[in-house]
Design a protein around this ligand. Structure first.
Ligand code: CA
Length: 324
């Protein structure tokens, strides 16, 4: 029993003396800290979070004394201490990127890395560029407003080009639409246009036999045309893939026969109720490219409506080749 009494007395003495030691030895402790309950009362240390941040506690001593803050009754609220970062607003996050344009806005599905220049804003710290969700083959942020990227291979259709930075990922807009075109569904003009060479009846490559005679007429190509009203023929040798014979048509025109290579002859009719000039009288159609020979010969035959048997040759057109 004595031992118990001794312990009680000893604890009482310590409780009474501890504030004195504390006040004298720790100048940074405020008197208010010691005015409250003994440290042993700190059974609820979580109360240090009430009122103000723990760091604002007037106590800098052992944690057990922090409980005394619950008893503080400051006359005026303590303003947040200056220089304490927890109370300062965090730095604003960077603005999210915005895509405002693409150049070009499309490529073929098999373009294999078509270059696309992306314009917009907020292109700082770019970490990703996607085309329809597929990462660009590569990209380079030229500036805060421009990125040069190479499009990945993608199926046909329109996709969105999105840019990702620390500020986020660009929102989908019409300006970021990029179209992959299936070129197999697009018609293109022939890669090589057929060259058509024209030769007047005066060209020395033409070989004439019989009773041809030249006629001057401003309506004809070059102002002249060759006509025949009696047995006559002309032979045209050329290298090409097609040939046309151009002449006059009249109410007094007749028939000629045409032989192409070893085919023919076939009749061709120059008749027309009225005069027509620079008319395609006969055309070979497509031929295998190479050397060919055409012979046109006067015949005694004519359209029943015609008043005569005149044939003519004004011009020769050779497709994809020349006279030989
Ligand atoms: Ca002519």
């Amino acid at each position: 029993m004595r031992r118990v009494m001794f312990v009680v007395l000893l604890l009482t003495a310590v409780a009474l003396l501890l504030p004195l030691f504390a006040a004298g030895g720790c100048q940074d402790l405020t008197t208010t800290a010691a005015s409250g309950e003994p440290a042993s009362a700190g059974s609820d240390q979580t109360t240090t979070t009430t009122g103000m941040p723990e760091s604002t506690s007037t106590l800098s001593g052992p944690p057990t004394t922090a409980a005394t803050s619950t008893t503080e009754k400051p006359a005026t609220p303590s303003p947040p201490p200056q220089g304490q970062t927890p109370n300062n607003p965090p730095p604003a996050p960077p603005a999210p990127p915005v895509v405002t344009g693409l150049t070009p806005t499309s490529c073929a599905i098999d373009a294999q890395g078509a270059q696309v220049v992306i314009t917009g804003t907020g292109f700082t710290g770019v970490s990703g560029v996607t085309f329809g969700g597929a990462p660009a083959m590569d990209f380079h942020a030229d500036s805060a407003t421009q990125i040069t990227a190479h499009a990945p291979v993608h199926g046909p259709g329109t996709v969105n080009v999105r840019v990702t930075t620390p500020g986020g990922t660009s929102q989908n807009t019409a300006a970021d639409d990029f179209t992959y075109v299936d070129s197999s569904q697009t018609s293109f003009p022939p890669m090589i246009a057929t060259v058509i060479n024209h030769y007047e009846e005066s060209d020395p490559h033409l070989s004439w036999t019989g009773a041809w005679f030249p006629v001057q007429n401003a309506n004809d190509s070059g102002g002249y045309v060759m006509r025949a009203t009696q047995p006559a023929s002309v032979t045209i040798r050329f290298s090409g893939e097609r040939v046309s014979l151009i002449g006059e048509m009249h109410e007094y025109a007749g028939w000629a026969t045409v032989t192409l290579d070893n085919h023919g002859p076939v009749n061709i009719d120059f008749y027309s109720p009225g005069p027509l000039y620079k008319q395609v009288i006969w055309e070979s159609g497509s031929l295998s490219p190479g050397d060919h020979v055409v012979t046109m010969e006067w015949s005694a035959n004519q359209n029943p409506a015609s008043q005569g048997t005149t044939i003519s040759l004004d011009l020769v057109a050779v497709f994809g080749g020349t006279l030989q």
